[in-house]
Design a binder for this molecule. Structure first.
Ligand code: HEC
Length: 117
């Protein structure tokens, strides 16, 4: 029965699984820590969003992030270099990605205040 492992995978707090999805699919452009410095970033004419920048990301609603992730940049009037992921990920996985992005923002605001944890 597959239901059980799926539930574990998507359970709140499964940060490692979320990180892995992000690393495999998003970090080539956005960078592993969401700094917009992935290996592919310099090849793009549009700079990938910096997910660790709280000044930008804290102003974005979950709804907005969900839309751009599932439907791509063009769905919100932004660059088509941000691909649409809705066909690849479930709604739950997209929520997980948003949670991961939010955690990247938090970790940077910690270090910028000099808090080393
Ligand atoms: C091929 C490169 C590429 C990949 C891979 C990619 N992105 Fe993006 N992404 C971009 C670019 C470029 C932008 C900026 C678009 C703009 O500013 O017009 C962007 C913007 C975004 C934004 C908007 C942030 C804001 O400023 O509001 C989010 C959220 C996002 N990406 C999430 C993701 C997630 C999650 C993944 C992995 C599932 C991913 N991206 C994979 C290129 C990429």
């Amino acid at each position: 029965m597959v239901l059980f492992p799926v539930e574990i995978f998507s359970a709140e707090g499964n940060a490692a699984a979320r990180k892995k999805i992000y690393k495999m699919n998003c970090s080539p452009c956005h960078g592993e820590e969401g700094k917009g410095d992935g290996v592919g970033a310099r090849l793009l004419p549009v700079k990938p969003a910096v997910h660790s920048d709280g000044n930008i990301m804290n102003n974005r609603s979950d709804k907005y992030l969900s839309k751009i992730i599932s439907k791509g940049g063009s769905a919100v009037g932004r660059s088509t270099y941000m691909p649409a992921w809705g066909g690849l990920f479930s709604d739950q996985q997209i929520r997980d990605l948003i949670a991961h992005i939010r955690s990247l923002t938090r970790s940077l605001s910690h270090s910028s205040k000099g808090v080393d944890r």
